[in-house]
Design a protein around this ligand. Sequence first.
Ligand SMILES: [Zn+2]
Length: 76
Amino acid sequence: MDNQNGLKYCPFCGWKYVNIHTRTHESYVTNFYIAYCSNCGAMSAEYPSKEKLIAAWNKRATDNLTSDERKKSEVV
Ligand SMILES: [Zn+2]
């Protein structure tokens, strides 16, 4: 169910391997974290911590996917 980095499967295409990218802004001290699906190109908003990113991404993944069984039946 979960990716190795704690992210659930992509809520748009069901891809397993959603990556976490970091992005730096010159005007901010901290890095921002973004979830990026290399399969369909879906990208999350920027979050100031990995924990917030994972929580937000997983909430969306849970909201959009009713169950793994449904997902499997949709992917032929
Ligand atoms: Zn995707």
